[in-house]
Design a protein around this ligand. Structure first.
Ligand code: SF4
Length: 483
C-alpha cells in the first residue's frame, strides 16, 4: 500500500455540526477521544474502534480534557511518523496532570511494531493494541481499570471486522472508506506493513455490499474501496487460505476477484461513485481496467505506486515487476481508460541507488506524467528485510537533492496534466467549502483532482458539471454549468 497520507489529522472528531449529530448516536457515559495518523486504513480502523467502544459505553468527544480514554492510532511507515506520535504522547502528559484518571492507549502499526516495549518506553501508555485485536478492547480496558497495563498485539489470518458497522468519524457525510482487504503478502523490502498488519485476507463481499447499501441509505455519494493491495482481493467463501485448499477444490469454489467485486458494487449502487486504493502494479489485471471502462460510476483514477524507475532498485525492493512491465501497464491503462488519472509513490535514496538509478526514476516519471504523487526519502524501518540486509548508504544530502528533483518534476507534470482540463467540463462531487475561500465549493473530479468553483445554489453532496477556466499544478478552477 502506498501511504496515501492525510498527514496528521488531530482529533478526527473535529467535524462540522451535522456529522457531530450522527456522533451523538454513540451515546455512553464514558468519553473517548481518538486521534489517527498515517494512511486511510488507519482512519478506517479508528471508525471500527469507535464502533466497538460505542457498544462498550463510550461516546466520542472532541474535547481531550473531558476524555476518560485517549487513543492514538499510530503509523510506523517512517521514523518521522513515529516521532510525531511520541511528541503527542508527551503532550498528553500535560493533559493527564489535570485529568489523572484519564487512560491512554496506542493502536495501529507502531503499537504492533513495538508491542509491550511501548509501555517501557512511554510511561503514560496504559494500553497497547495491534490492528487485528480491536475487538478485545473492552476486555483490555477492564484490565486497565484494575490498574494493570494491557497488551494485545496478536495478528490474525481471518479478522476483517466485516461484522462491525463503523462509526463514521472522518467524513462530511458525502465520502467514505470501506475496507475490503487487510494485511499484505508482498514483502517489499522497505515496508513494515506485512509485519505490522500481518497476512492478507479478503472480506466477505456480502458484508462489503451491505456496508455500502447502508452508506447509500444515509446519503453518502462516494465510496473508496480500501486495502493495502486491492488487486489481490480474492474471496472464495472464507475458510482456510487459498494456498491451503487443493486446486481441485478451489475450482469448485466460486472465487470472486477484485474486478468482479468492483463490478458488483458499481451495479448495486449506480448513483454512487466508486474509487479504490491502493493498486499494485504486479497484481493489477487488465480485467480491472475493462471493468472501469464498463461503468461510468467507477472513477477513472488509479493510485499506482512504483517507488523507483530503475530495474536494479525495483529488484532490491523486491517489487515483482520490471520498469518495462510497469510501462506496459501504463500503456494499457491509457488505451483502455483513456482519461484515467494516475498518481504515484516514489522513494528517493533507497540503499545502493546510483545517479543512473535516480535518472531512471525521473525518465519513468517523464514517460507517465503522473497527475500527483507521494514522494519521500528512504527511511530505514527496523525489522524490514532492507534494514537487515541493505546498508542505508545514500548520504542524506543526496537523498534530499534527489527528492527535490522528483518533487519539482512532479509539479511540472501536475501542471501539464491540469492544463489538459482547461476549457473542458468535468463532473465534480461537492465535498466541502474551499480552504481558500468560503464563497467557493471544493470537490474532486473523476481523476481525483481537486476542483474549486463559486457556490451559487449548490450544496455539499451535489454532483455538478463544472467548466474549467484555469488551474494550478494541483487544483482546477472553474464555474458550474449544470442546468
Ligand atoms: S509490502 Fe509492498 S505492497 Fe505491501 S503494503 Fe508494503 S509497500 Fe505495499
Amino acid at each position: 500500500m502506498s501511504q496515501v497520507y492525510t498527514d496528521v489529522v488531530k482529533n478526527p472528531n473535529q467535524y462540522n455540526g451535522d456529522v457531530l449529530a450522527e456522533n451523538n448516536s454513540t451515546s455512553g457515559e464514558k468519553k473517548l477521544y481518538i486521534e489517527s495518523y498515517g494512511c486511510q486504513m488507519n482512519f478506517s480502523d479508528s471508525e471500527i474502534v469507535a464502533s466497538i467502544l460505542s457498544d462498550a459505553g463510550y461516546a466520542t468527544t472532541q474535547k481531550i480534557d473531558e476524555a476518560d480514554l485517549v487513543l492514538v492510532n499510530t503509523c510506523s511507515i517512517r521514523e518521522k511518523a513515529e516521532q510525531t506520535v511520541r511528541n503527542r504522547l508527551e503532550h498528553f502528559n500535560g493533559v493527564k496532570k489535570a485529568n489523572p484518571n484519564m487512560k491512554v492507549g496506542v493502536l495501529g502499526c507502531m503499537a504492533e511494531r513495538l508491542k509491550s516495549k511501548f509501555l517501557e518506553e512511554e510511561k503514560i501508555v496504559d494500553l497497547v493494541v495491534g490492528p487485528d485485536a480491536y475487538k478485545d478492547l473492552p476486555n483490555l480496558l477492564k484490565e486497565v481499570e484494575t490498574g494493570r497495563d494491557a497488551v494485545n498485539v496478536i495478528l490474525s489470518k481471518e479478522e476483517t471486522y466485516g461484522d462491525i458497522s463503523p462509526v463514521r468519524l472522518q467524513t462530511n457525510g458525502v465520502t467514505a472508506f470501506v475496507s475490503i482487504t487487510r494485511g499484505c503478502d508482498n514483502m517489499c523490502t522497505f515496508c513494515v506493513v506485512p509485519f505490522t498488519r500481518g497476512r492478507e485476507r479478503s472480506r466477505d463481499p456480502k458484508s462489503i455490499l451491505s456496508e455500502i447499501d447502508d452508506l447509500a441509505k444515509r446519503g453518502f455519494k462516494e465510496v473508496t474501496l480500501l486495502g493495502q493491495n486491492v488487486d489481490s482481493y480474492l474471496w472464495y467463501g472464507g475458510g482456510p487460505k487459498k494456498e491451503f485448499i487443493k486446486a481441485s477444490e478451489l475450482q469448485q469454489k466460486t472465487a470472486i476477484h477484485f474486478h468482479q467485486l468492483l463490478d458488483m458494487v458499481a451495479v448495486a449502487q449506480p448513483k454512487m461513485r466508486f474509487r479504490f486504493s491502493t493498486s499494485n502494479p504486479q497484481d493489477m489485471t487488465r480485467d480491472v481496467l475493462h471493468t472501469m471502462a464498463k461503468h461510468s460510476n467507477i472513477c477513472n483514477y488509479i493510485h499506482l505506486p512504483v517507488q523507483s524507475g530503475s530495474d536494479n532498485i525495483l529488484k532490491a525492493m523486491n517489487r515483482q515487476h520490471t520498469r518495462a512491465e510497469y510501462k506496459q501497464l501504463i500503456d494499457d491503462i491509457r488505451r483502455i481508460v483513456p482519461d484515467c488519472g494516475i498518481s504515484q509513490d516514489m522513494i528517493a535514496g533507497f540503499p545502493g541507488e546510483t545517479e543512473q538509478d535516480h535518472q531512471d526514476t525521473l525518465s519513468l516519471m517523464d514517460y507517465v506524467k503522473y497527475d500527483f504523487g507521494f514522494m519521500f526519502m528512504y527511511s530505514e524501518r527496523p525489522g524490514t528485510p532492507a534494514a537487515k540486509k541493505l546498508q542505508d548508504n545514500v548520504p542524506e544530502p543526496i537523498k534530499k537533492h534527489r527528492l527535490q528533483e522528483i518533487v519539482a518534476l512532479q509539479q511540472q507534470h501536475g501542471l501539464w496534466r491540469t492544463r489538459q482540463f482547461v476549457g473542458k467540463t468535468v463532473e465534480v462531487l461537492i465535498e466541502k467549502v474551499s480552504k481558500k475561500s468560503d464563497v467557493h465549493w471544493s470537490g474532486r473530479n473523476q481523476q481525483n483532482t481537486v476542483v474549486v468553483f463559486p457556490k451559487e445554489h449548490y450544496q455539499v453532496g451535489d454532483f455538478v458539471e463544472v467548466l474549467i477556466t484555469d488551474c494550478t499544478s494541483a487544483t482546477l478552477i472553474g464555474k458550474a454549468v449544470s442546468s
